[in-house]
Design a protein around this ligand. Structure first.
Ligand SMILES: Cc1cc2nc3c(=O)[nH]c(=O)nc-3n(C[C@H](O)[C@H](O)[C@H](O)COP(=O)(O)OP(=O)(O)OC[C@H]3O[C@@H](n4cnc5c(N)ncnc54)[C@H](O)[C@@H]3O)c2cc1C
Length: 354
């Protein structure tokens, strides 16, 4: 089968590599001149990512998180809970042996009417039996093929700064809606600092956190949150193009890479409908939980947010033991029987479902 993958991010490359391994003729079209650049990611992943997809791109390991809400803070410890990736190296590790056409900006995809597709990349037309839209949050494949989607885009700014920190294995997370702001040590005296919103939001976070180191790299990018149709005829979406992200944190590497595996298995079984079914089984409820929790988080009054933070602080030990980096519903299970939390959240839940 002729497969054209649009986008050489980790999800497109991994899906392409798996399909190439199954004997399909795969071409990857990437708009940038090289794979893995520019980096538009904080590169923080849980242990399952490195266990399943390789640890060669790991440049630092995280043992704790300092979470701040205003002047209050909660410190959580769990050695080796997360890893910091060199995203360029991570993406490139899936590229070897693939036919990748760089500097190929795809402008549209259309069905040819005979079950095949035409992918238009700057005047060059590529014929395909299967098109994989792995072209990130603002997917051209999603739009031009008319996939249904309910996706909200959140803009985030990130910088790499040269900064001495007291602990190179601790991340700083400042609660700041609609998500949070972050400072993630790469090691070697470099921090990745970021905030959702505009540059002024990032500047405010840096000032508040006392981070004034020299900037060596800057990026502005989008995080998609929501749900999208995954299969439409012989076209499929994977990764950020399909909003396969954690709704509460925006992290998308783990979900998108797992989805690439589900997609490859469906292609191998010659039944694309197995792909959304496997995705739904693995992450459907998790994403639905995250979307509901996000709606509450965005609507909650500052006073109620502070009361939730109190409950988190009181349950520090349980969070350290039981919370799952990639499955945030684990937190809901922790507090399901907590009357104080229910008193705060019950009102929001009721208004969402009434
Ligand atoms: C600021 C920020 C911080 C993040 N931090 C984390 C984190 O710490 N942990 C985590 O798990 N996730 C994080 N994410 C999310 C993570 O980066 C994405 O989920 C992940 O990159 C998705 O991979 P992908 O392959 O689906 O898409 P992408 O990595 O976006 O790759 C898409 C590729 O498609 C190419 N492309 C796009 N349009 C076209 C076109 N028309 N023609 C040809 N090529 C095209 C792009 O150039 C790109 O190479 C973060 C995102 C942002 C914005």
């Amino acid at each position: 089968m002729r497969v054209v993958t649009v986008g050489a991010g980790p999800c497109g490359l991994y899906a392409s590599r798996l399909l190439s391994g199954l004997g399909h003729e795969v071409t990857v079209l990437e708009e940038h001149p090289s794979v893995g650049r520019p980096v538009q990611c904080a590169g923080l992943v849980g242990t399952p990512v490195v266990e399943r997809f390789g640890r060669e791109a790991v440049i630092n390991t995280i043992d704790s998180a300092l979470i701040r809400l205003g002047t209050r803070s909660l410190e959580l410890h769990r050695p080796g809970v997360a890893h910091v990736l060199d995203r360029t190296r991570f993406d490139a590790s899936f590229a070897s042996g693939l036919d990748i056409a760089t500097s190929s900006h795809v402008t549209g995809v259309r069905a040819a009417g005979d079950g095949t597709y035409r992918v238009d990349a700057g005047g060059t037309v590529h014929e395909a039996d299967l098109v994989i839209g792995a072209d990130g949050p603002r997917s051209v494949v999603r739009k031009s093929m008319g996939f249904s989607a309910e996706v909200r885009q959140y803009t985030a700014c990130q910088e790499r700064i040269v900064q001495d920190v007291p602990d190179e294995h601790r991340v700083l997370v400042e609660v700041c809606r609609p998500f949070f702001s972050w400072a993630i040590p790469e090691g070697g005296g470099i921090l990745r600092v970021g905030a959702f919103g505009r540059q002024r939001d990032l500047d405010a976070f840096k000032e508040h956190a006392g981070l004034s180191g020299g900037v060596i790299e800057r990026t502005v990018a989008c995080v998609p949150v929501g749900k999208a149709q995954l299969v439409r005829g012989g076209a499929v979406l994977v990764g950020d193009a399909a909003a396969q992200t954690k709704p509460l944190s925006g992290g998308g590497i783990y979900y998108g890479m797992c989805a690439a595996e589900f997609l490859a298995s469906a292609v191998e079984a010659e039944d694309l409908s197995l792909y959304p079914a496997a995705w739904q089984r693995a992450f459907g409820r998790e994403v639905s939980f995250g979307l509901a929790a996000r709606r509450i988080y965005e609507r909650m009054s500052p006073h109620d947010l502070s009361r939730v933070f109190d409950v988190l602080c009181e349950n520090k030990d349980r969070i350290e033991d039981e919370a799952d980096f990639d499955r945030h519903s684990s937190l809901a299970r922790l507090f399901i029987g907590n009357p104080r939390l229910f008193a705060v959240l019950g009102r929001y839940l009721f208004s969402m479902f009434s």
